[in-house]
Design a protein around this ligand. Structure first.
Ligand SMILES: Nc1ncnc2c1ncn2[C@@H]1O[C@H](COP(=O)(O)OP(=O)(O)O)[C@@H](O)[C@H]1O
Ligand SMILES: O=C(O)C[C@@H](O)[C@H](O)C(=O)COP(=O)(O)O
Length: 331
Protein backbone atom coordinates (compact mmCIF):
# COMPACT_ATOMS: atom_id res chain seq x y z
CA UNK A 1 0.00 0.00 0.00
CA UNK A 2 1.14 3.46 -0.92
CA UNK A 3 2.35 5.74 1.88
CA UNK A 4 0.34 8.70 0.66
CA UNK A 5 -3.00 8.53 -1.09
CA UNK A 6 -4.18 11.12 -3.56
CA UNK A 7 -7.94 11.55 -4.01
CA UNK A 8 -8.06 10.61 -7.68
CA UNK A 9 -11.51 11.97 -8.50
CA UNK A 10 -10.51 15.64 -8.06
CA UNK A 11 -10.38 18.00 -11.09
CA UNK A 12 -7.20 19.80 -10.01
CA UNK A 13 -3.97 17.93 -9.37
CA UNK A 14 -1.86 20.49 -7.58
CA UNK A 15 -2.05 23.94 -5.98
CA UNK A 16 1.05 26.04 -5.25
CA UNK A 17 0.82 28.61 -2.46
CA UNK A 18 3.14 31.53 -1.76
CA UNK A 19 5.57 33.64 -3.72
CA UNK A 20 4.91 34.89 -7.24
CA UNK A 21 7.99 36.97 -8.04
CA UNK A 22 10.47 37.97 -10.69
CA UNK A 23 13.97 36.61 -11.23
CA UNK A 24 16.50 38.91 -12.87
CA UNK A 25 19.24 36.53 -13.93
CA UNK A 26 22.60 38.00 -14.87
CA UNK A 27 23.33 37.82 -18.59
CA UNK A 28 27.00 38.52 -18.00
CA UNK A 29 27.82 35.30 -16.29
CA UNK A 30 31.08 34.73 -14.42
CA UNK A 31 31.00 38.27 -13.05
CA UNK A 32 30.23 39.69 -9.63
CA UNK A 33 26.92 41.57 -9.29
CA UNK A 34 28.76 44.88 -8.89
CA UNK A 35 29.95 44.58 -12.48
CA UNK A 36 26.78 43.12 -13.96
CA UNK A 37 24.65 45.43 -16.08
CA UNK A 38 22.38 43.13 -18.08
CA UNK A 39 19.75 40.78 -16.70
CA UNK A 40 16.96 38.70 -18.23
CA UNK A 41 13.57 38.80 -16.58
CA UNK A 42 11.73 35.57 -15.75
CA UNK A 43 8.82 34.64 -13.53
CA UNK A 44 10.29 33.38 -10.26
CA UNK A 45 9.57 32.51 -6.67
CA UNK A 46 10.18 28.96 -5.60
CA UNK A 47 6.49 27.86 -5.33
CA UNK A 48 5.77 29.53 -8.69
CA UNK A 49 8.67 27.62 -10.26
CA UNK A 50 7.48 24.31 -8.80
CA UNK A 51 3.92 24.91 -10.04
CA UNK A 52 5.21 25.79 -13.51
CA UNK A 53 7.32 22.60 -13.47
CA UNK A 54 4.25 20.54 -12.64
CA UNK A 55 2.11 22.21 -15.32
CA UNK A 56 4.84 21.59 -17.95
CA UNK A 57 4.72 17.93 -16.97
CA UNK A 58 1.06 17.89 -17.92
CA UNK A 59 -0.72 18.03 -14.58
CA UNK A 60 -3.57 20.44 -13.89
CA UNK A 61 -2.25 23.10 -11.54
CA UNK A 62 -3.53 26.23 -9.84
CA UNK A 63 -2.02 28.83 -7.53
CA UNK A 64 -3.04 30.75 -4.42
CA UNK A 65 -1.16 34.04 -4.10
CA UNK A 66 -1.14 37.82 -4.46
CA UNK A 67 0.58 39.88 -7.14
CA UNK A 68 1.25 43.61 -7.31
CA UNK A 69 -1.21 45.86 -9.14
CA UNK A 70 1.27 46.90 -11.83
CA UNK A 71 3.05 45.73 -14.97
CA UNK A 72 5.12 43.15 -13.05
CA UNK A 73 2.05 41.63 -11.42
CA UNK A 74 0.35 41.38 -14.81
CA UNK A 75 3.47 39.85 -16.36
CA UNK A 76 3.36 37.07 -13.75
CA UNK A 77 -0.38 36.39 -14.07
CA UNK A 78 -0.19 36.30 -17.88
CA UNK A 79 2.75 33.89 -17.74
CA UNK A 80 0.87 31.51 -15.43
CA UNK A 81 -2.16 31.64 -17.74
CA UNK A 82 0.02 30.92 -20.77
CA UNK A 83 1.31 27.85 -18.93
CA UNK A 84 -2.26 26.64 -18.37
CA UNK A 85 -2.16 27.32 -14.61
CA UNK A 86 -5.47 28.31 -13.03
CA UNK A 87 -5.26 31.88 -11.69
CA UNK A 88 -8.73 32.12 -10.11
CA UNK A 89 -7.02 32.42 -6.69
CA UNK A 90 -4.24 34.76 -7.85
CA UNK A 91 -5.38 38.08 -6.41
CA UNK A 92 -4.19 41.53 -7.41
CA UNK A 93 -3.14 43.30 -4.22
CA UNK A 94 -4.40 46.90 -4.12
CA UNK A 95 -2.41 48.09 -1.08
CA UNK A 96 0.48 49.58 -3.06
CA UNK A 97 2.72 46.56 -2.58
CA UNK A 98 5.42 45.61 -5.06
CA UNK A 99 6.65 42.43 -6.75
CA UNK A 100 9.54 40.69 -4.99
CA UNK A 101 12.73 40.65 -7.06
CA UNK A 102 15.55 38.11 -7.03
CA UNK A 103 18.76 39.28 -8.68
CA UNK A 104 20.96 36.34 -9.37
CA UNK A 105 24.72 36.52 -9.52
CA UNK A 106 26.46 33.82 -11.53
CA UNK A 107 30.18 34.06 -10.73
CA UNK A 108 30.97 30.49 -11.74
CA UNK A 109 29.12 27.18 -12.08
CA UNK A 110 29.71 26.58 -8.38
CA UNK A 111 29.68 30.12 -7.01
CA UNK A 112 26.20 31.58 -7.42
CA UNK A 113 24.24 33.79 -5.08
CA UNK A 114 20.91 35.54 -4.90
CA UNK A 115 20.11 39.07 -3.77
CA UNK A 116 16.44 39.53 -2.94
CA UNK A 117 14.47 42.79 -2.73
CA UNK A 118 11.49 41.96 -0.58
CA UNK A 119 10.24 45.10 1.17
CA UNK A 120 6.44 45.51 1.06
CA UNK A 121 6.03 42.54 -1.28
CA UNK A 122 2.61 41.54 -2.63
CA UNK A 123 3.08 37.82 -1.96
CA UNK A 124 3.16 38.35 1.83
CA UNK A 125 -0.13 40.31 1.67
CA UNK A 126 -2.04 37.06 1.08
CA UNK A 127 -5.01 37.05 3.46
CA UNK A 128 -6.91 34.16 5.06
CA UNK A 129 -9.98 35.33 3.12
CA UNK A 130 -8.09 34.63 -0.14
CA UNK A 131 -7.88 30.94 0.79
CA UNK A 132 -11.19 29.42 -0.27
CA UNK A 133 -12.39 26.07 0.99
CA UNK A 134 -14.07 25.25 -2.35
CA UNK A 135 -10.78 25.88 -4.17
CA UNK A 136 -8.69 23.66 -1.91
CA UNK A 137 -11.15 20.78 -1.68
CA UNK A 138 -11.14 20.24 -5.49
CA UNK A 139 -7.37 19.48 -5.50
CA UNK A 140 -5.32 16.35 -4.88
CA UNK A 141 -2.27 18.12 -3.39
CA UNK A 142 -1.06 21.49 -2.17
CA UNK A 143 2.49 22.79 -1.79
CA UNK A 144 3.27 25.31 0.93
CA UNK A 145 6.42 27.39 0.72
CA UNK A 146 7.96 28.14 4.12
CA UNK A 147 8.65 31.72 3.07
CA UNK A 148 4.90 32.39 3.00
CA UNK A 149 5.09 32.09 6.82
CA UNK A 150 7.48 35.01 7.16
CA UNK A 151 4.85 37.66 7.88
CA UNK A 152 1.20 38.22 8.64
CA UNK A 153 -1.32 38.08 7.04
CA UNK A 154 0.27 35.51 4.70
CA UNK A 155 1.23 33.44 7.77
CA UNK A 156 -2.40 33.06 8.87
CA UNK A 157 -3.43 32.32 5.28
CA UNK A 158 -0.98 29.39 5.26
CA UNK A 159 -2.37 27.93 8.48
CA UNK A 160 -5.89 28.19 7.10
CA UNK A 161 -4.84 26.49 3.84
CA UNK A 162 -3.12 23.64 5.69
CA UNK A 163 -6.12 23.05 7.94
CA UNK A 164 -8.52 23.03 4.99
CA UNK A 165 -6.24 20.68 3.10
CA UNK A 166 -6.12 18.27 6.02
CA UNK A 167 -9.91 18.48 6.43
CA UNK A 168 -10.44 17.48 2.77
CA UNK A 169 -7.64 14.87 2.39
CA UNK A 170 -5.55 17.12 0.15
CA UNK A 171 -1.94 15.90 0.43
CA UNK A 172 0.22 18.64 2.00
CA UNK A 173 3.74 19.10 0.62
CA UNK A 174 5.94 21.50 2.59
CA UNK A 175 9.08 22.99 1.08
CA UNK A 176 11.03 24.76 3.83
CA UNK A 177 12.37 27.17 1.16
CA UNK A 178 14.35 29.34 3.59
CA UNK A 179 15.07 32.85 2.30
CA UNK A 180 16.59 35.02 5.01
CA UNK A 181 15.44 38.35 3.55
CA UNK A 182 11.90 38.43 4.93
CA UNK A 183 12.36 36.88 8.36
CA UNK A 184 13.29 38.81 11.50
CA UNK A 185 15.18 35.97 13.19
CA UNK A 186 16.23 32.36 12.67
CA UNK A 187 14.18 31.35 15.74
CA UNK A 188 11.06 32.86 14.20
CA UNK A 189 11.70 30.85 11.00
CA UNK A 190 12.37 27.63 12.85
CA UNK A 191 9.31 27.88 15.07
CA UNK A 192 6.76 28.81 12.40
CA UNK A 193 8.13 26.38 9.82
CA UNK A 194 8.06 23.60 12.44
CA UNK A 195 4.38 24.25 13.11
CA UNK A 196 3.58 23.63 9.44
CA UNK A 197 6.05 20.75 9.07
CA UNK A 198 4.19 19.00 11.92
CA UNK A 199 0.99 19.06 9.84
CA UNK A 200 2.53 18.11 6.47
CA UNK A 201 2.54 14.77 4.65
CA UNK A 202 5.77 15.31 2.73
CA UNK A 203 8.61 17.65 3.81
CA UNK A 204 11.40 18.77 1.50
CA UNK A 205 14.46 20.76 2.49
CA UNK A 206 18.21 21.03 2.50
CA UNK A 207 20.30 19.90 5.49
CA UNK A 208 20.74 23.48 6.74
CA UNK A 209 17.01 24.11 6.39
CA UNK A 210 16.16 21.13 8.58
CA UNK A 211 18.79 22.37 11.08
CA UNK A 212 16.97 25.68 11.19
CA UNK A 213 13.76 23.92 12.24
CA UNK A 214 15.56 21.92 14.94
CA UNK A 215 17.63 24.78 16.38
CA UNK A 216 14.99 26.51 18.56
CA UNK A 217 14.01 23.24 20.25
CA UNK A 218 17.31 21.69 21.28
CA UNK A 219 20.51 20.21 19.98
CA UNK A 220 20.73 19.66 16.22
CA UNK A 221 20.23 16.06 15.13
CA UNK A 222 22.92 16.45 12.43
CA UNK A 223 21.74 13.16 11.01
CA UNK A 224 19.20 12.88 8.20
CA UNK A 225 17.51 9.78 9.59
CA UNK A 226 17.07 11.28 13.08
CA UNK A 227 15.71 14.43 11.47
CA UNK A 228 13.18 12.41 9.49
CA UNK A 229 12.12 10.48 12.58
CA UNK A 230 11.34 13.71 14.37
CA UNK A 231 8.75 14.53 11.69
CA UNK A 232 7.43 10.96 11.48
CA UNK A 233 6.42 11.38 15.13
CA UNK A 234 3.98 14.00 13.82
CA UNK A 235 2.12 13.60 10.52
CA UNK A 236 4.85 13.20 7.88
CA UNK A 237 5.05 10.08 5.69
CA UNK A 238 8.02 11.13 3.53
CA UNK A 239 10.95 13.39 4.47
CA UNK A 240 13.39 14.28 1.71
CA UNK A 241 16.73 15.89 2.51
CA UNK A 242 18.42 17.56 -0.48
CA UNK A 243 22.22 17.61 -0.67
CA UNK A 244 22.99 19.76 -3.73
CA UNK A 245 25.40 18.12 -6.16
CA UNK A 246 25.58 15.10 -3.84
CA UNK A 247 21.94 14.16 -4.49
CA UNK A 248 19.23 13.55 -1.93
CA UNK A 249 18.03 11.05 0.65
CA UNK A 250 14.34 10.23 1.08
CA UNK A 251 13.04 8.56 4.24
CA UNK A 252 9.64 6.97 4.64
CA UNK A 253 7.64 6.46 7.79
CA UNK A 254 7.78 2.67 7.36
CA UNK A 255 11.56 2.79 7.97
CA UNK A 256 12.92 2.71 4.42
CA UNK A 257 15.41 5.14 2.91
CA UNK A 258 16.37 5.88 -0.69
CA UNK A 259 19.53 7.58 -1.86
CA UNK A 260 19.02 9.65 -4.98
CA UNK A 261 21.99 10.24 -7.25
CA UNK A 262 22.53 13.10 -9.69
CA UNK A 263 22.88 13.31 -13.46
CA UNK A 264 25.84 15.00 -15.15
CA UNK A 265 25.14 18.61 -16.13
CA UNK A 266 26.86 21.47 -17.92
CA UNK A 267 26.14 23.68 -14.94
CA UNK A 268 25.39 27.32 -15.77
CA UNK A 269 24.13 28.14 -12.27
CA UNK A 270 23.07 26.16 -9.23
CA UNK A 271 19.76 27.80 -8.33
CA UNK A 272 16.61 26.23 -9.69
CA UNK A 273 17.90 22.75 -8.85
CA UNK A 274 15.61 22.37 -5.86
CA UNK A 275 12.48 23.66 -7.60
CA UNK A 276 12.88 21.51 -10.71
CA UNK A 277 13.71 18.52 -8.54
CA UNK A 278 10.59 19.12 -6.40
CA UNK A 279 8.27 19.53 -9.41
CA UNK A 280 9.39 16.30 -11.07
CA UNK A 281 9.57 14.37 -7.77
CA UNK A 282 6.00 15.35 -6.89
CA UNK A 283 4.87 14.49 -10.43
CA UNK A 284 6.33 11.00 -9.96
CA UNK A 285 4.57 10.49 -6.62
CA UNK A 286 1.29 11.75 -8.09
CA UNK A 287 1.63 9.19 -10.90
CA UNK A 288 1.93 6.43 -8.31
CA UNK A 289 5.64 5.83 -8.97
CA UNK A 290 7.84 4.55 -6.17
CA UNK A 291 10.13 6.93 -4.30
CA UNK A 292 13.34 5.87 -6.08
CA UNK A 293 11.87 6.45 -9.55
CA UNK A 294 10.37 9.79 -8.48
CA UNK A 295 13.74 10.84 -7.05
CA UNK A 296 15.49 9.84 -10.27
CA UNK A 297 12.98 11.88 -12.30
CA UNK A 298 13.57 14.87 -10.01
CA UNK A 299 17.35 14.60 -10.35
CA UNK A 300 17.17 14.37 -14.15
CA UNK A 301 14.93 17.44 -14.28
CA UNK A 302 17.35 19.35 -12.04
CA UNK A 303 20.26 18.45 -14.33
CA UNK A 304 18.40 20.14 -17.20
CA UNK A 305 17.56 23.29 -15.24
CA UNK A 306 21.04 23.84 -13.76
CA UNK A 307 22.33 23.62 -17.35
CA UNK A 308 20.00 26.50 -18.37
CA UNK A 309 19.94 30.23 -17.72
CA UNK A 310 16.49 30.41 -16.13
CA UNK A 311 14.44 28.43 -13.62
CA UNK A 312 10.78 28.79 -14.66
CA UNK A 313 11.34 29.00 -18.43
CA UNK A 314 13.68 26.01 -18.38
CA UNK A 315 11.32 23.58 -16.64
CA UNK A 316 11.35 20.48 -18.87
CA UNK A 317 8.62 18.25 -20.26
CA UNK A 318 8.31 14.60 -19.20
CA UNK A 319 9.81 13.54 -22.56
CA UNK A 320 12.88 15.74 -22.05
CA UNK A 321 13.43 14.33 -18.57
CA UNK A 322 12.98 10.75 -19.75
CA UNK A 323 15.48 11.38 -22.57
CA UNK A 324 18.14 12.31 -19.97
CA UNK A 325 17.42 9.15 -17.98
CA UNK A 326 17.50 6.97 -21.11
CA UNK A 327 20.75 8.53 -22.30
CA UNK A 328 22.52 7.79 -19.05
CA UNK A 329 21.07 4.34 -18.51
CA UNK A 330 22.24 3.23 -21.96
CA UNK A 331 25.85 4.35 -21.25
N1 LIG B 1 25.44 20.60 -9.81
C1 LIG B 1 24.43 19.74 -10.00
N2 LIG B 1 24.46 18.85 -11.02
C2 LIG B 1 23.45 17.99 -11.23
N3 LIG B 1 22.38 17.90 -10.42
C3 LIG B 1 22.29 18.73 -9.37
C4 LIG B 1 23.31 19.70 -9.10
N4 LIG B 1 22.96 20.39 -7.99
C5 LIG B 1 21.77 19.88 -7.57
N5 LIG B 1 21.37 18.89 -8.40
C6 LIG B 1 20.15 18.07 -8.26
O1 LIG B 1 19.11 18.86 -7.73
C7 LIG B 1 18.66 18.34 -6.48
C8 LIG B 1 18.31 19.47 -5.54
O2 LIG B 1 19.42 20.31 -5.43
P1 LIG B 1 19.74 21.20 -4.14
O3 LIG B 1 20.87 22.10 -4.55
O4 LIG B 1 19.98 20.32 -2.98
O5 LIG B 1 18.39 22.01 -3.91
P2 LIG B 1 18.20 23.57 -3.61
O6 LIG B 1 18.35 24.27 -4.94
O7 LIG B 1 16.81 23.64 -3.07
O8 LIG B 1 19.26 23.95 -2.63
C9 LIG B 1 19.80 17.46 -5.98
O9 LIG B 1 19.33 16.43 -5.14
C10 LIG B 1 20.37 16.91 -7.30
O10 LIG B 1 19.60 15.82 -7.76
O1 LIG C 1 12.54 31.58 -4.96
C1 LIG C 1 12.79 32.69 -5.42
O2 LIG C 1 12.20 33.75 -5.10
C2 LIG C 1 13.88 32.79 -6.43
C3 LIG C 1 13.78 31.66 -7.41
O3 LIG C 1 12.94 31.99 -8.48
C4 LIG C 1 15.21 31.38 -7.82
O4 LIG C 1 15.40 31.20 -9.10
C5 LIG C 1 15.74 30.32 -6.94
O5 LIG C 1 16.39 30.64 -6.00
C6 LIG C 1 15.41 28.91 -7.15
O6 LIG C 1 15.54 28.23 -5.93
P1 LIG C 1 16.12 26.74 -5.78
O7 LIG C 1 15.40 25.88 -6.76
O8 LIG C 1 15.81 26.35 -4.37
O9 LIG C 1 17.58 26.77 -6.05
Amino acid sequence: MSLITFELNRPMDFIGLGRLCIDLNANEIHRPMEETRMFTKYVGGSPANITIAIARLGLKAGFIGRVSDDQHGRFITHYLEKEGIDTASVITDKSGSVTGLAFTEIKSPTDCSILMYRDNVADLKLEPGDVREDYIRQAKAIMISGTALAKSPSREAVFKAVDLARKHNVVVFFDIDYRPWTWTSRDETGIYCSLVAEKSDVILGGREEFDLLEAPFGPLQQDDRLTAERWFAHHAKIVLVKHGGDGSVAFTKDGQSFTGTTFPANVVKTFGAGDSFAGAFIYGLMNGWDIARSQQFGAASASIVVSSHSCSDAMPTAEQIQAVIDKHSSN
